[in-house]
Ligand binder design. Structure first.
Ligand SMILES: Cc1cc2nc3c(=O)[nH]c(=O)nc-3n(C[C@H](O)[C@H](O)[C@H](O)COP(=O)(O)OP(=O)(O)OC[C@H]3O[C@@H](n4cnc5c(N)ncnc54)[C@H](O)[C@@H]3O)c2cc1C
Length: 394
């Protein structure tokens, strides 16, 4: 088989890329070793959360993606459950307020309408928050949510309608290499050839990288969450605690905290879907490729959620789940051709932002492959060659 592009990985990133390329006239095959959305994209939250983005290129990419999401449902012909009800970040200490003030100032300079609000105002916006535990909050009306599962499947379905060949239960087990260039992939069924092979395998991206002699610096960062039964809509906005942001952008400030909660990177996030189910979590832990829920993780997440939002105790949990976020060392995804390995393109490492950034990632990849350039903001800063991808000498 001969195609223009082979996309490896059927998560939200691979599906967005397959659609974006096929839409622009490329012939594409997407290969997924299990079912579509079998990885992190099927075990994650729904936030298009701009406040959580570092006030740099990452935020610009997120703002553009949020704008794209507003039109995406219509473009794909599917209700993606996109809504824009804003997020509040709950602050519990003066240290968090100081850190958040610094971040907010920079985010506002990049155009994000985010503001500090009092604890009383936070309660007015979302009744039920534990007033005793917070000293204030931040508020951003542009923060949104979308159903990640539906989005990935809608991308895949539309790509297939346009002619994309989507194959599930088709693991890539090797790459076809000629003179250092990638020419195709090997699967248990057949060998396929293409001008470009895209590694969109999330936390499994390093496995594909190794087939090309590369060391991709992506590590799994587990997140454990709860899902409750559907209840009448009571969440007027979505919630996150500022500690999650402090831990993400300034881990050094929490270095002295040796509690189990800190070790597991437990933060508080809570959203309610349009159907009424509430999701709350989450841990942010390095636990290798083990994507099981743990008693310690779930206990700490529950303690955190009931402390900040006591009404959680009234909800019936119907399931728990955990997924592996593809962490990269500078928290930014790796998107672009890899120097020295012609034909090999990386699109992985979105950590906790892959849902938010899927539309801009798809567009950026299609632009770079077809035009060699893109108008997606600050695309160069996601170039994978910012890392040394050559294997280190033993
Ligand atoms: C608890 C939790 C909450 C989250 N909340 C949010 C949020 O609110 N907002 C947000 O933006 N992001 C969130 N994320 C992050 C988001 O889920 C990820 O960034 C995103 O799903 C990554 O998508 P992906 O397509 O790169 O990877 P994945 O979805 O993991 O897809 C990779 C795919 O590659 C396939 N694959 C692997 N190896 C091979 C092979 N050899 N051959 C073929 N296929 C292969 C896998 O089976 C898998 O389906 C959250 C994550 C977690 C865990």
């Amino acid at each position: 088989m001969n195609k223009d592009v082979i996309v490896i990985g059927g998560g939200i990133i691979g599906c967005a890329i397959a659609y974006s390329l096929q839409k622009r006239g490329k012939s594409v095959v997407l290969l997924e070793k299990h079912n579509l959305v079998a990885g992190a994209s099927g075990a994650c939250d729904q936030g298009i959360l701009l406040q959580s983005k570092a006030p740099n290129e990452h935020l610009l990419l997120g703002i553009r993606a949020m704008e794209m999401y507003k039109e995406l449902g219509r473009e794909l012909g599917r209700d993606l459950e996109f809504t824009q009800k804003g997020y509040m970040l709950l602050m519990e200490s003066e240290l968090e307020c100081r850190v958040m003030d610094g971040i907010i100032e920079k985010q506002r300079a990049l155009g994000l309408p985010v503001e500090r609000i009092s604890a009383d105002e936070a309660l007015r916006r979302q009744p039920g928050i534990n007033r005793e535990e917070i000293v204030g909050a931040t508020w951003c009306p542009w923060d949104s949510e979308v159903n990640p599962y539906m989005t990935a499947l809608a991308y895949a379905d539309r790509a297939a309608e346009l002619g994309c060949d989507i194959r599930t239960r088709t693991p890539v087990t090797g790459l076809v290499m000629e003179g250092g260039a990638v020419k195709g992939v090997v699967t248990p069924q057949e060998t396929m050839y293409a001008e470009t092979v895209i590694d969109a395998c999330g936390v499994w991206a390093p496995e594909i990288g190794r087939m090309a002699g590369l060391e991709i610096p992506i590590r799994p960062r587990r997140g454990q969450v709860y899902i409750t039964e559907a209840v009448p809509l009571f969440m007027r906005c979505n919630l996150l605690n500022a500690r999650y942001i402090v831990a993400k952008h300034h881990p050094e400030l929490l270095a002295g905290d040796h509690s189990l909660k800190a070790q597991l990177g437990v933060g508080f996030c809570m959203t309610q879907s349009g159907k009424g189910n509430v999701m709350f979590g989450a841990t942010r832990e390095f636990a290798g490729m083990d994507n099981r829920c743990t008693l310690d993780g779930l206990r700490e997440v529950l303690a955190e959620a009931t402390r900040l939002m006591p009404a959680v105790k009234e909800l019936n949990v119907i399931r728990t789940m955990s997924g592996l976020r593809p962490y990269s060392p500078d928290s930014k995804p790796l998107i672009g051709f890899v120097d020295g390995v012609p034909g090999f393109f990386m699109a992985a490492g979105h950590e906790g932002d892959g849902v938010s950034l899927a539309p801009t990632t798809g567009k950026m990849v299609a632009d770079l492959i077809i035009d060699g350039t893109t108008d997606v903001p600050a695309a160069a800063s996601f170039n994978p060659n910012r890392f040394d991808l050559r294997p280190k000498a033993p």
